[in-house]
Design a protein around this ligand. Sequence first.
Ligand SMILES: Cc1cc2nc3c(=O)[nH]c(=O)nc-3n(C[C@H](O)[C@H](O)[C@H](O)COP(=O)(O)OP(=O)(O)OC[C@H]3O[C@@H](n4cnc5c(N)ncnc54)[C@H](O)[C@@H]3O)c2cc1C
Ligand code: FES
Ligand code: FES
Length: 1354
Amino acid sequence: MAAAMTTPVEKEVVVDRVVFALNGQRYEVAGVDPSTRLLEFIRTQTPFKGPKLGCGEGGCGACVVLIAKYNPKTDEVTEFTASSCLTLLYTINLCSVITTEGLGNSQDGFHAVQERMSGFHASQCGFCTPGMCMSIFTSLINADKSKRPEPPKGFSKLKVSEAKKAFSGNLCRCTDVDLEDLGLNIFWKKGDRNPDVSELPSYTLGGGVCTFPDFLKTELKSSLDHLNNPCIAASREGWYHPRSIKEYYELINSCLFSDSVKVVVGNTSSGVPGYKDQDLYSKYIDIGGIPELSNIVRRESGFEIGAATSISRTIEILEEECESISSPNGSVVFRKLANHMSKVATPFVRNTASIGGNIVLAQRFPFPSDIATILLGAGVTVCLQVVAERRQITLEEFLEQPPIDATTLLLSIFIPHWIQDSGTNTSLLFETYRAAPRPLGNAVSYVNCAFLGHASVDELSDSLVLSNLRLAFGAYGTEHAIRAKKVEEFLTGKSLTASVVLGAIQLLRETVVPMEGTSHPEYRVSAAVGYLFSFLSPLSKGIPEPGKSLASSSADSADTDDVCNLPLSTRRETFSSDDYKPVGEPIKKYGVELQASGEAVYVDDIPAPKNCLYGEFIYSTQPLAYVKSIKFKSSLASEKIISFVSAKDIPSGGQNIGSSFLFGDEPLFGDPIAEYAGQALGIVIAETQRYADMAAKQVIIEYDTEDLSPPIITAEQAVEKSSYFDVPPELYPKEVGDVSKGMAEADHKIPSTEVKLASEYYFYMETQTALAVPDEDNTLVVYSSSQYPELAQSVIARCLGIPFSNVRVITRRVGGGFGGKAFRSFQVATAAALCAYKLRRPVRMYLNRNTDMVMIGGRHPVKAHYSVGFKSDGKITALHLDLLINAGISPDASPMIPGTIISSVKKYNWGALSFDIKLCKTNNSSKSVMRAPGDTQGSLIADAVIEHVASVLSVDANSVREKNFHTYDTLQLFYPDSAGETSTYTLHSIFDRLAATSSYLDRAESIMKFNSNNKWRKRGISCVPLIFKVEPRPAPGRVSVLNDGSIVVEVGGIEIGQGLWTKVQQMTAFALGKLWPDGGESLLERVRVLQADTLNLIQGGLTAGSTSSESSCAATLQACNMLFDRLKPVLDRLQQQSENVSWDTLISQASKDNVNLSASAYWVPGQVSNKYLNYGAGISEVEIDLLTGAITLIRGDLVYDCGKSLNPAVDLGQIEGSFIQGIGFFVYEEYITNSDGLMISNSTWDYKIPTVDIIPKQFNAEVLNTGYHKNRVLSSKASGEPALVLASSVHCALREAIRAAKVEFAISTVSGRSPLEFQMDVPAPMTLVKELCGLDIVEKYLECLSTYERAAGA
Ligand SMILES: Cc1cc2nc3c(=O)[nH]c(=O)nc-3n(C[C@H](O)[C@H](O)[C@H](O)COP(=O)(O)OP(=O)(O)OC[C@H]3O[C@@H](n4cnc5c(N)ncnc54)[C@H](O)[C@@H]3O)c2cc1C
Ligand code: FES
Ligand code: FES
């Protein structure tokens, strides 16, 4: 740090408290560590738990709160959302904060936003719901404040597009995040629809919540007097709030200043990977209060904006400027800047992130800033204060300077007003672009650009020439955004022809060169080329404009639509059944309002017991090495370490065990050898979770690899070393028929062809967590977010060497599991228990998102080679598969995966099927079950084969599919244990119905037209069938009726968002309702489902495999039937006296008669027909942009057979949610590891799950009620996982679109093969799509045009 550290600050006024309102209550806080985040404070120091910690890096929206500020001069309150995980507590002094509890709650009544989220099934596990409520609420009240015309009663002034943007940054892993047709749409007016508002929870214009209480206004006004105090505002704990530049320099020149001081405005950079805090800071200087940094000065030549202005406010100012400019063309720069900035980060980050903070990050680090690039393109200048000197320099000069330190302050940014020269024939051009995985933001760009220039007509050549060009490029793996000056010079003054554009692009390739180590370097350059081409081609002679249809008159109205702007729409059809009322009705989810209001209790919401400590894992970064020593850097964070727990602390009699299942155990710690990168080596204990997390970052681990053989990372290395897990013979799938014979019968053969599927991370919104509380006599209570508490109990007990009966594991609800909280939850529960046992204090662990991603593992990566034989009519005669499954370090449940993969492959009749499957043991984190484990991979492999066959035969893939559908006979051959009755085989009718309802054939035809009319955009459509085998497992249930007639139910299944509790509630009401003349519906509200407690209800089993709801319902039904048998005689007796016997009278009499009002059951499914098949089909239509690889999902249609659904609304939610999760796996989510197997895409920054801007624009789902199903629980079928598999239709549709691109540009892949045959792995993000479409298609196309030009010239 260059600052002189001499003079101490002389004049300091101590501000030893932060005053703010939280949900209308006054909070005065003193003595707080200045690094405390608002979220941390709310969750640990107040009763409010609504805002959740999902990522801690501004990337998920779980922590969103509303912050309101009051301006006493104008008497105005402004409200905005903020990510409370990044907001420092001290920055909200004299602000008002509202969390979802402040909107409504169970005591005071719920708010319309909460009720509609609940009533329209928009919440599943509920972990994201409070943040969603706050995003929606804030946008509603802001829209309602606008001067727009008054809406009809019950509506708001919010527009659909605003609503969509408002929660575009809120991640949800469970639902399809499309709130639009969930009744929320009546908050805003949409289309011609005329919903009956009176039937919905009432909404008051303005939201009806006081966002800034009067007492705080008064307090704020009185505090203004202090502003004239000539002293620096500071807290004893180290929070400095200089109010002038002079004060700032006094501070940094004082002896207070050191490396542990952080200068901040919004502090959002602490969420940005690579720039996150690596240690604690002892002091903070908040420069947001320096007036020069907040000034907005409008001048004729442009406007100056203070560097501390938030990005959101900057967007507003730019938009206001557009409105105020008289010349319509002049506003183009401001409008495009505003538009681009609205895709930076998320609304709740932009609201607190400063524009200056962004530019300074871009100046100091190779940060992929959008703002620096677009402002560079717009010719911005910056005003700097360097100690006593003030400098005005161009942004370009600023970016090129050596990185600034704290002695330089960025004061303001001047954005010039580019005006169209009136009276000349020159037009002003300005465009900005960004290639990013998500169109609406919350994803940094692979490359971004901004192009400015003037175009005028050259009278001689009658073509356009460019001047004053500024071509800025950034984020492509560069130190900072740059201007492509050689390209600018080359283009200046030239008539734009194909060969000139080609020349410019060739020069650009020399300029835009990503730094070593940048991911997807060729893609980034190619996208930059695409953007320059998009900018120049409309100006050039003879180059058809990209994006415009090639045909003069469009074939179809959709042809010219910008699909990105298509409105979202959904059609949901469910058929409910009256047979077992209220089972079968689409009733609201149990406890869903509590999820929306933040009152639902997840593990981290349980108030910390007295003396609670917090733990965070430290893990190995080496795949196979002796751990020689573990030390910690000397740092502020290390000083917070209270204890370090490792394998040495496992009590004698205990074992180093962290997980277990049927096939073996997995150690808790790598000791003495770390066996994979990501393996736990110990636990750091501190007083708060944040201290523990930060302390864990200080670790220095010394490794030694001497005498150890090299690690096995890949499946191929495992094959070389024959490193496999055994698959028990009874689990190894069965082959069908004689493949050699089938191959001999074939007319065509495709020899061994590869398809690869990567791993997928669970991305439950609630990371792995547990709270362990020591109790008397060496017992422990462990609150665990687990899908398998029963086994967690045994793993903990075995680790500690105590009887199982000493460990009580309690699970109330899980904030998303998807399989990741089955066996993978044990490690955290066991670690917390071990720490609590050792330290004799409660210990909580709530894994940091990055740690969770690195340690927990995910779906099994699979490499498949297929060889297939088929007839000329598309009938497949034989398929042989060689599968390599990378299972990681421990067996976990991996030996079951070969079976599920093959079960899914068998959805087609291959004639004969053989396979060789190797379950590879490698030095990677263990791969475990993830929603539709194995089936997901198997289905894709099957459809890859079908598509390949179709492309070889040059026929529609659907015809090949249908040719190879099972008859009932072949279904029995391929699924001998689960095919069921003929009547239950509904796949053919589902497929036909879907093709009809989605107009498949018409759409396929119009897609062909679209593709022949559009050079740079291609569409594809694909239809995929589903056969999914499930097997219900035994489950316990206990139903108890209390003396007041209320009912409590305990079941083995865990509520993980799948609606298990709701179905159990319905089943109880149905079964006991038979005793009540009104029927069960009136009993519904009397039923309470209790949390799982392993010492209360034993043999709870595993919640997974889509069947836990039905098993728990079956057990509940059995228990209820026992109660029925006991209560019926009492009822009969009572009815002899009076016909109308109420439930209360019945229970009261039964109680007097000493009837046992509690019944327990253990439901064991029948051995015959236990396994059964689920059927469904899905069609997806996509569009790709050949210049950038951008993907738009135009439409998705699903039809799913749910038997007699227990709750069609819940099932539909499951089906849609799993389909969207599948889209993530097949297209967007990149599970990237380094060469040591360490996961490096370990943040919300790098790992992109689907959001509202990614889901299909039109999404239609239908749940079929297919009548009576013998052997099923009230004829119901599973819904939780199967539909995920249908998302492979998106992958297949992408392949179709890419095929169209390859035909257009005649791109061949493997020599000798048709361009239609190519390998497309999973996932297939935009980078891969572009690669497959050709990274150099623009150049090739221009070369072609240039040849014509030359020929024409000659
Ligand atoms: C989830 C997320 C997504 C994001 N996505 C994008 C994206 O898509 N595109 C993009 O461009 N950016 C993105 N960002 C970056 C974001 O724009 C910046 O974090 C933000 O603008 C920084 O502003 P701040 O006020 O929070 O700075 P702070 O975090 O407070 O400060 C950042 C750094 O700048 C210094 N500093 C701040 N202001 C000044 C000043 N006036 N003078 C001197 N030094 C100063 C501070 O000392 C600190 O070192 C994202 C950030 C997050 C958290
Ligand atoms: S927890 Fe704050 S955005 Fe994720
Ligand atoms: S309901 Fe959104 S994450 Fe579970």
